[in-house]
Design a protein around this ligand. Structure first.
Ligand SMILES: [Zn+2]
Ligand SMILES: [Zn+2]
Length: 279
């Protein structure tokens, strides 16, 4: 009973609240639709129990789903690592009158703590986050020191899983359409060679199934492009040992600067255009 009570703590319930946010709901919805449709279509296109290729295809599909969900939930529930409330450096090799860290470290009034190097205060989490990269609405948490690796792995695995799913969707629709066009639209599945092997399971692939597969294909391709681009940007930032927050801040400053000096910018652009024309 004690173990049970120690598992269900107030903080754990608070953590579960993260799931009730538009980001996780949409992300988990897309994962659920794509993987469920891909498994159903795999059974139709490449029956997993009779051939090695079919088995490998199905195991790979389950593998993508498990790894994507594992990294997604890790990024969400492990969290970024917060600076402890009321934190100040323990070992300060400083002068007695003016501690060195007091001169260099910023103080967060909300957390009542000094900000560790590379930490930032997240308004959404209302805590100082260690090595904060950005606050991600899709995991409803900040991305920082502890969950950056899981988050980046999720960004890599999600497009790979989606590419595999998209391939299955295209192949299933192609083979099903080929069957319909060859043997008539109303036939369920007529495969003459199948009679010589063990009987294959017959699952009707109607218009609704086509529409669902097409919808899942759209979701998979959209996710591949969007998340793939995020992975590319994230890798560029990691390799430069930078953080997304700096990139976003630069964009915001540029936006404010352009807005506030709109006339000057327009004058400068027009002047450049005239110069180019005259040259
Ligand atoms: Zn703070
Ligand atoms: Zn945050």
């Amino acid at each position: 009973m004690d173990t049970f009570c120690s598992v269900i703590k107030f903080e754990n319930l608070q953590e579960l609240k993260r799931l009730c946010h538009w980001g996780p709901i949409i992300a988990l919805g897309v994962i659920a639709v794509c993987s469920t449709m891909a498994m159903i279509d795999s059974v139709l296109w490449y029956w997993p129990l009779h051939t090695t290729g079919g088995s490998v295809n199905f195991i790979m599909l389950i593998n993508w789903t498990v790894m994507i969900l594992y990294n997604y939930f890790n990024a969400m529930f492990i969290g970024p690592g917060f600076v402890p409330l009321g934190w100040k450096p323990e070992n300060s090799q400083d002068r007695e009158d003016v501690p060195l860290w007091r001169m260099y470290l910023q103080y967060c009034k909300v957390c009542q703590a000094y900000k560790a190097p590379r930490s930032h205060h997240c308004i959404k989490c209302n805590r100082c986050v260690m090595k904060m990269d950005h606050h991600c609405p899709w995991i409803s948490n900040s991305c920082g020191y502890q969950n950056h690796a899981s988050f980046t792995l999720f960004l890599l695995l999600a497009p790979l899983g989606c590419i595999h799913s998209a391939f299955i969707f295209v192949m299933t629709m192609y083979t099903q359409l080929h069957n319909r066009l060859s043997f008539g639209w109303n036939t369920v599945k007529i495969d003459m060679s199948a009679s010589r092997r063990d009987p294959l399971p017959i699952i009707p692939f109607g218009l609704a199934a086509f529409a669902a597969t097409l919808f899942a294909l759209g979701l998979a391709l959209g996710t591949t492009i969007a998340v793939g681009m995020l992975f590319f940007i994230q890798m560029k930032i990691i390799l430069r040992n930078n953080i997304s927050l700096n990139f976003i801040t630069c964009l915001l400053i540029l936006q404010i600067f352009v807005k506030s000096n709109k006339d000057q910018w327009m004058f400068y652009i027009k002047k450049k255009a005239v110069m180019i024309k005259t040259v």
